[in-house]
Design a protein around this ligand. Sequence first.
Ligand code: ADP
Ligand code: MG
Length: 253
Amino acid sequence: MYNKNILFQRKGTDVLNQEKEILISLRGLGKDFPSGNGVINALQNIDLDIYENEFMVIHGESGSGKSTLINIIGGMDTLTKGKIIAFGQDLNRISERDLTKYRRKNIGFIFQNYNLMPNLTAEENVQYIADLVKDPMDVKEAIEKVGLTDRADHFPGQLSGGQQQRVAIARAIVKRPKLILADEPTAALDHARSIEVLSFIEKIVKNDKTTVVMVTHNAEIAKMADRTVKISNGRITQIRENKNPLHAEDLVW
Ligand code: ADP
Ligand code: MG
C-alpha cells in the first residue's frame, strides 16, 4: 500500500535488510511563522521517513522546531513548503474534514501536560476517545495496560502527574492507532515517574506493534530509540540508527 524501503537491523531481531513499510514521508518540508515584519523559519528542508513499528525519538534544544514538526506530522498544523505524505495521503491537499479523519483514525497523541478532561474519570477519559473510532481496544484493557485498574474511577485531580500521563497513554492506545505521537511526555515529571511512563511507551512499541515518534529535549531519552533524529535550528542535523536501544529502566539523568 505504501512505499517499500529497506530498514536495517532492529532490536530483538537478527534480520538484516528487513523490508519496512513507510508510514509517513516528509520531503523538503518547511514551516514559517509570521513574526513582526518578517518570518521565523521554524523548519527548513526536512527530509524524513517514518517506518512501521519503529520507535523514533526526535531530540533537540528548546525552540529547535520539535513540536512544530510533530504537530505537522499529526495533522494539527500546516506546512509552508515541501510535502508530507501520510498513510498514502498528501496532507497539504486533503480537505479539513479528511484531515480531521486522519487525526482521529490514525494517530494517538500524548502531550507534556496530559490534557485530560478534568470532569471525567480516568476511565471516562479513555472511553471518550474510544468512542471516536470504529474498532477500539476494550477501555478496561487499555487502563490495565498502564497499571491503573484500581484508579479507573479517579478524576485527574485525584491522580499524580505520572498517573495522569499513564491515563493519557491509555487514551492514545485505546484507538489502536498506527502511530503514536508523544511531545515531551515526561518533561513535567521527576526521574522515577519519567522512567515509569517511558517503560509503558516502550511496551507499546514492543507489544502492540505501534509506531511511536517521541519528541524530547533530553538526549538521554534518545538512547531508547530505534532511530534518533537530531534537530537544531529547524533543520535535521543527524539521523542515527541505534543498534542497542536501552530499556527505559536503564536511562540515567
Ligand atoms: P521546540 O518544540 O523544539 O521547543 P517549537 O517547534 O515549539 O520548538 O518552536 C520552533 C520555533 O518556532 C521557535 O522559534 C518558536 O518560537 C516558533 N513558533 C512555534 N510555534 C509558533 C507559533 N504558533 N507562532 C509563531 N512562532 C512559533
Ligand atoms: Mg516543544
